[in-house]
Design a binder for this molecule. Structure first.
Ligand SMILES: [Zn+2]
Length: 220
């Protein structure tokens, strides 16, 4: 046996008046769908309580709340439902996604140990192998290493990441990290803007403009 989520809305009124309206609706459902306990509608709620939920919600949230919290064969939940400003965060999320991709691409190019051929480290390794010298000395540890045996751009003895990098590589790395920092800042600003919009969404446009959302899961 399943359950049907049956939700109805009623204009704003007192809890007592709402009780009367709900009784009418239960009678009407019993008339239409039968009195049995598994009609899938409010008929089965004839002996059950109505629980008032004192949370501010918009219509979507209220329906989701009822879907989550109402128990099958449990009481009807009644929620004061407000019209909230609609919030569009789609464009912000799209922009955030684009910035994230840009940061990733920059990080991959800049990454000295990256095995990606376009990374600055791999370009430096290829350049060293194509060069005339057979040996290269590490400025950090003084080791003299055979270039032909190198498999990555850092010093295999001390791990010096700048081992094969020239001034131009270092500058490129520096620029990439500056760009990443700037993009990170843009992302932070966008995230704050999105949070502010989302906070606004929880404030009703007009506190006096509300209606009841009432419902429960009904066995069927
Ligand atoms: Zn070294």
């Amino acid at each position: 046996m399943g359950a049907n989520l049956d939700i109805k809305s009623f204009p704003s009124c007192s809890g007592k008046e709402l009780g009367v309206k709900i009784s009418d609706a239960i009678r009407s459902d019993s008339h239409e769908y039968g009195h049995g306990p598994y009609s899938g509608h409010w008929a089965e709620k004839s002996n059950s309580r109505v629980e008032e939920v004192s949370l501010m919600m918009n219509s979507e949230d209220a329906q989701e709340y009822i879907s989550d919290k109402a128990c099958k064969l449990g009481p009807l939940l009644a929620i004061k439902t407000y019209r909230m400003p609609s919030v569009d965060t789609v464009s912000i999320n799209k922009k955030l996604g684009e910035l994230h991709m840009k940061i990733r691409a920059l990080a991959e190019v800049a990454e000295r140990r990256s095995l990606r051929p376009e990374s600055i480290g791999m370009i430096a390794l290829a350049r060293a192998k194509a060069g005339k010298s057979s040996f290269k000395a590490c400025e950090d540890c003084g080791s003299r290493l055979r270039i032909g045996r190198l498999s990555h751009n850092s010093c295999p003895v001390c791990g010096n990441l700048s081992f094969l990098l020239n001034a131009s590589d270092e500058k490129k790395l520096d620029n990439a990290s500056k760009k990443i920092t700037a993009l990170d800042e843009q992302m932070e600003t966008l995230k704050k803007a999105r949070a502010a919009k989302e906070a606004n969404r929880k404030k009703p446009k007009n506190i006096n403009d509300w209606f009841w959302t009432v419902g429960a899961w009904c066995g069927e």
